[in-house]
Ligand binder design. Structure first.
Ligand SMILES: [Cu+2]
Length: 147
C-alpha cells in the first residue's frame, strides 16, 4: 500500500498524471488499488531490479507501463499469464516487437507497453533475459474486484 502511494506520486511528479489526461487515482478503492480506467505507471530498472515488485489494480484497468532502464545492459518487461511467461522463459527471444505487454529496453532507454486487466487474479511480469528472473527480476500485479 505504501509503495503504491509512493509510486502514484512518482508518476504524477513526472508529469504523467492527470496533466496529460491520464488518471492516476489511488483512492478509487479502499484498499489503495489503482484504476479502473487508464493508469500510467513508471517502473525503473537499476542493478537488474525492478523498482516496483508488486502492484494492485482494480479490474477494468488499462495499465500503461513506462519502463526506464538505468542499467548498462538490456532488459525487458513481459506481463501476462503463465503461458506467456513460459514462452519467454528460456531467454531465446531477446528482442520484443511492439506486442502488447512485452517490451525490450536498451541500456539507458525508456520503453513503453500496456496491458488490460479485466478479471480479478494475479498476473506476473518478468524480465526473461538469461538469469534475470533467477536474480529477482519478477513482479506481480494483483487485480482486485471493482468496489
Ligand atoms: Cu533483465
Amino acid at each position: 500500500m505504501r509503495r503504491l502511494r509512493r509510486w502514484a506520486l512518482v508518476a504524477a511528479a513526472a508529469g504523467l498524471g492527470t496533466a496529460t489526461g491520464y488518471a492516476v487515482d489511488a483512492s478509487a478503492d479502499p484498499h489503495g488499488a489503482l484504476g479502473p480506467g487508464v493508469v500510467r505507471v513508471e517502473i525503473g530498472i537499476e542493478h537488474s531490479r525492478f523498482s516496483v515488485g508488486r502492484l494492485r489494480v482494480v479490474e477494468g484497468t488499462l495499465l500503461e507501463l513506462v519502463v526506464r532502464n538505468d542499467d548498462p545492459i538490456a532488459h525487458e518487461l513481459v506481463v501476462g499469464p503463465p503461458s506467456v511467461q513460459r514462452a519467454h522463459e528460456d531467454g531465446a527471444e531477446q528482442r520484443h516487437p511492439p506486442v502488447p505487454g512485452e517490451v525490450s529496453v536498451a541500456p539507458g532507454e525508456r520503453g513503453f507497453t500496456f496491458a488490460t486487466f479485466d478479471e480479478p487474479g494475479v498476473v506476473a511480469y518478468a524480465c526473461h533475459l538469461p538469469g534475470h528472473v533467477a536474480y529477482g527480476m519478477a513482479g506481480e500485479i494483483e487485480v482486485v474486484a471493482a468496489p
